[in-house]
Ligand binder design. Structure first.
Ligand code: 2IT
Length: 445
């Protein structure tokens, strides 16, 4: 690594001690934009990288609530308002026991570049709680969401900060959060996205992250004269992102053979299609966070405690959580003939796995691949502002267009002299430029 990059990273490390995930995300961006940064002295003069790596605001709060046994529970809530150069802070809320300040800072940082890539007017933010939805009753989920919003409401608003869902926060949670916001503010506004269709949600929002990921993979394959037809795909996760990705991949002629959860993974050599895809929603709704019941219902093999990357496939799409595919996994996939890894989860691959995959095969990072989710959130905001609802086709066409544009941006900024596209570099520089220019235009604020 260049000595100057090392020096810069050392200063970020000193300010954010022990925040490994945040430092991993920053290092990946800094390494890839560094040369471009040096070639444009006006960025350096405005200390753009120093400013971009510092969140505008970090909100941390206590979330006390009462469980079904009448016992008081205390969780921690967060909202990282990372960067508002392009628009209101925008990004999901994650409810998961692994949630920490470092994790949310990495996600908020990534979100800033991702949102910029969509070309919609959205800044970057992220939030959530260490609350574990596993095994909780519906009323416990509601009470927790109400307690969480009882503090968050004073920091957000349709022109300030617009949260959405992420891991552990789906349509049900967004409904409870929206209801509490409306009650406290006495305002019916587009303050959250991922809402139900009855009260301001957008068609295609639930499918958007997975659909967008597959549209992006389709563009990647086009560059080498390939299509999804007949390709075998390993997917991890079984939540909203995996569901959308499987649905669209199958529609475009691919065969998805794996799903996974914290308990292990399912290998279904027949392919996951039809009612098996609908069953993913049922599994999710149980709140038990397991995939083994799939095998009892539809057959296939269950591999306890393992990840799907040991299967022989053409394409791997991590759809669960950060750092879920490591260097060993990447080596195994590549040795088994896998030709493309696309992160549908945020930073789904470790830095080593991402580096190896982009050297040896085709690799694209989460901030490009999974941008379809937040893109349709942006379209939900537009519809709310206009007090109109677009038809399914209109939203889907816009999503396709946005994903194709993101791919074009990656090719523009990431094509190496040998003609190969470095999607990490392309996405980082492509996302960076717009944010940097907007920050410079707005002065030192
Ligand atoms: O990681 C993400 O882009 C999301 N969780 C979606 C964020 C949003 O505001 O729709």
């Amino acid at each position: 690594m260049d000595a100057k990059i090392k020096e810069f990273m050392e200063s970020v490390r000193m300010k954010n001690p022990g925040e490994d995930e945040f430092l991993q995300a920053v290092e990946e961006v800094v390494e890839t934009v560094w040369d471009f940064y040096q070639e444009n002295p006006h960025y350096k003069k405005a200390k753009i990288l120093e400013r971009m790596t510092e969140p505008e605001r970090v909100i941390m709060f206590r979330v006390p609530w009462i469980d079904d046994n009448g016992e008081v529970q205390v969780n921690r809530g967060y909202r990282i308002e990372f960067n508002s150069a392009l628009g209101p802070y925008k990004g999901g809320l994650r409810f998961h026991p692994s949630v920490t300040l470092s994790g949310l800072k990495f996600l908020g940082f990534e979100q800033t570049f991702k949102n910029s890539l969509t070309s919609l007017p959205m800044g970057g933010g992220k939030g959530g709680s260490d609350f574990n939805p596993k095994g909780k009753s519906d009323t416990e989920i509601m009470r927790f969401c109400q307690a969480f919003m009882s503090e968050l409401f004073r920091h957000i608003g349709p022109n300030t900060d617009v949260p959405a869902g992420d891991i552990g926060v789906g349509g049900r949670e967004i409904g409870y959060l929206f209801g509490q916001y409306k009650k406290l503010k006495n305002e019916f506004t587009g303050v959250l996205t991922g809402k139900g269709l009855e009260y301001g949600g957008s068609l295609i929002r639930p499918e958007a992250t997975g659909f967008g990921a597959i549209y992006f993979v389709r563009e990647m394959l086009k560059t080498v004269g390939e299509t999804l037809e007949g390709k075998t795909i390993a997917v991890s996760g079984f939540g909203n992102v995996a569901w959308g990705a499987v649905k669209k991949a199958v529609e475009l002629g691919a065969k998805v053979v794996t799903l996974s959860g914290p308990d292990g993974y399912v290998h279904d050599p027949e392919g996951i299609s039809g009612e098996k895809i609908d069953y993913m929603l049922e599994l999710r709704a149980t709140n038990m966070d397991v995939v083994e019941p799939y095998v009892e219902r539809f057959g296939g093999e269950f591999h306890a405690g393992k990840k799907p990357w040991e299967q022989k496939v053409d394409i791997a799409i991590p759809c669960a959580i950060q750092n879920e595919l490591n260097e060993e996994d990447a080596k195994t996939l590549i040795a088994n003939g896998c030709a493309l890894i696309a992160e549908a989860s945020n930073m789904g691959c470790t830095a080593e796995a991402a580096f190896l995959a982009s050297e040896k095969i085709m690799f694209a990072p989460g901030k490009a691949v999974n941008a379809g989710g937040v893109a349709v959130s942006g379209l939900e905001m537009s519809q709310n502002s206009m007090r109109l609802n677009w038809h399914e086709q209109e939203v889907d066409d816009r999503l396709k267009h946005i994903m194709t544009n993101i791919h074009t941006t990656c090719v523009k900024f990431g094509t190496d002299p040998n003609g190969k596209v470095n999607y990490i570099k392309g996405a980082n520089i492509g996302g960076f430029v717009k944010v940097a220019e907007a920050m410079i235009a707005q002065g030192v604020v």
